[in-house]
Design a protein around this ligand. Structure first.
Ligand code: CTP
Length: 295
């Protein structure tokens, strides 16, 4: 195959039709092709095909009704924002972006038009696999906020799966901070970032827009994972909050997740555990209960 063949609008439209009918299409791998060109068009590795097929047989792919998000425009933020301390250093977090990418792919498989706002995804996360309709790469919270709001201005659903830095250095110098012999390091003053999710829930950039947030929680002396989740659901004002227990090998950077879905009042409306794909479909199932069927 040639890259132009795979990327030809006619091929793209036919593949989209198949996906909307519920056919599971594995993206071609990228690399050297039969002609002089390189790019997407290679047969995926047999291991990849086997992995996807076994996942489908095991029912991992979904409880999803094919095409039940057809005609919907969705925005998913994924990854974690980075806030520069100086030109070479940043404050960041451990989010790989896997859950957000799984959400984007599940929505594509269910027929949605998907914009992925990708904040510093781990190297292998986008890899071979269905490509979102649009991918906007961002680094900082300010960039993520702008990209999400721009895409959300024409979206039915916004899912904030990105781990957004709550604080950023007050004034990032444009030159590298040097250590000075005999002097203590200068403290880094932090200022608060806007809460992108709370703003979206407040502003509702399109009528009836559904806003979904994530909460990565550990239990502590002041409350359990669920108690913290409930309080956050009420505080953020989103329609759905996906509460994710993190720590002890669950959540960040690993393949599986264990989540509880809460509505805006903090009531439990769903539960899912297993692969991030299973969690992604459970989130879209819950979203569909809020928006209702039909485009
Ligand atoms: N979020 C956001 N903007 C921020 C911080 C968080 O949009 N400045 C979003 C995240 O994308 C996620 C949700 O809010 O969907 C919850 O993020 P989390 O970090 O768990 O919540 P915080 O409000 O930061 O609360 P805390 O750190 O106190 O647990």
């Amino acid at each position: 195959m040639h890259t132009e063949m795979w990327e030809h609008p006619a091929t793209a439209a036919n593949v989209a039709t198949l996906r909307a009918r519920g056919v599971h299409v594995i993206e071609p791998a990228s690399g050297r092709l039969t002609g002089a060109d390189t790019g997407p068009g290679r047969l995926p590795e047999p291991e990849e095909i086997a992995r996807v097929a076994l996942g489908l047989v095991a029912g991992e792919a979904s409880s999803a009704v094919p095409g039940d998000l057809a005609g919907r425009r969705v925005v998913v933020s994924a990854g974690g924002t980075r806030e520069p301390i100086d030109p070479v250093r940043f404050i960041g977090n451990r989010s790989s972006g896997r859950q957000g990418v799984a959400l984007a792919r599940a929505a594509l498989a269910r027929g949605a038009h998907v914009t992925l706002v990708a904040a510093n995804l781990a190297a292998d996360v986008l890899g071979p696999g269905a490509a979102p309709d649009e991918v906007v790469r961002v680094e900082t919270t300010a960039q993520l906020r702008e990209a999400v709001r721009a895409a959300a201005s024409a979206a039915d659903v916004v899912v904030m799966a990105a781990a957004v830095a709550d604080f950023r250095p007050a004034g990032a110098p444009t030159t590298k901070i040097k250590k000075v012999a005999g002097h203590a390091p200068a403290p880094i003053e932090l200022v608060e970032n806007p809460d992108v999710l709370a703003e979206l829930a407040r502003d509702r950039l399109t009528p009836g827009q559904v806003v979904v947030g994530f909460a990565a929680e550990t239990g502590d002396a002041t409350g359990s994972v669920l108690e913290h989740g409930r309080a956050k659901a009420r505080r953020k004002g989103a329609d759905l909050l996906v509460v994710n227990a993190v720590g002890d090998g669950v959540g960040f950077g690993v393949g599986t997740n264990d989540v509880t879905l809460l509505d805006g009042a903090g009531e439990v409306v769903g539960q899912a555990s297993g692969s991030k794909e299973v969690v992604a479909d459970a989130v879209w199932d819950a979203v569909l209960k809020v928006v209702g069927p039909g485009a």
